[in-house]
Write a protein of this length. Structure first.
Length: 211
């Protein structure tokens, strides 16, 4: 299925993941969505290189950053991404509304902002993105909510009917490791003041801050 979607898409493809905290008892509330935008002819080469760097065929940045070897590997992956022609976009809302107890309203806002940014991306930045690949959430109601968010963005004129959203597990699309990584790098910067990870990709990144 993925190969068919990629074949039918002739332009850049955005791979999306998120990081959030909706519980004020754990500190600041926020929602972040990160996109790594890849030209269609670079999807396979980028994935092949990523698989060579992560031979165990599994990556989750939060877990990897708990160990010295994982932190070293995270820096290697960020450097690998920075060496290419990809672009990163981060949409960020902070704080969340006080009644947004599960973060779903924040997710909808930052996803809509992301979809609008991808659809209206100027040619000077690489051109319009018509296909977004989002990490698939576990529950059916959550997956349906994300498709409803795409429909809402369309109804609001943020994107056009040609904008497609597909939801996939990172086990089936390893390129989703990259937005997981960039999300974590940005999160550490804004929450902990730790810029050593995001600094590697900052020059290739666009930040969209929601008010």
């Amino acid at each position: 299925m993925l190969a068919r979607h990629y074949f039918e898409n002739r332009g850049p493809i955005a791979f999306l993941d998120e990081s959030y905290s909706a519980d004020p008892h754990h500190g600041a509330t926020f929602y972040i969505v990160s996109a790594v935008i890849v030209e269609s002819d670079q999807v396979d080469p980028l994935r092949d290189g990523l698989d060579e760097l992560v031979p165990q065929a599994w990556w989750h940045t939060t877990d990897e950053l708990q160990t010295v070897s994982g932190r070293t590997r995270a820096q290697e992956l960020l450097a690998y991404l920075a060496d290419g022609k990809e672009a990163c976009v981060v949409t960020h809302q902070e704080p969340l509304a006080s009644d947004d107890k599960d973060g779903e309203a924040g997710r909808r806002s930052v996803l809509c902002a992301m979809f609008g940014h991808l659809w209206n991306r100027p040619a000077s930045d690489g051109g319009q993105v018509r296909l977004a690949v989002l990490e698939e959430r576990r529950e059916l109601r959550q997956r349906r909510a994300d498709m409803a968010t795409r429909a809402h963005a369309l109804n609001e004129g943020l994107c056009g009917p040609a904008f497609r959203l597909i939801q996939v597990s990172p086990a089936h699309e390893h390129l989703l490791w990259l937005p997981d990584l960039t999300c974590s790098a940005y999160r550490r910067k804004i929450l902990q003041g730790d810029e050593r990870y995001f600094a590697t990709i900052e020059s290739m990144s666009t930040i969209v801050q929601l008010r």
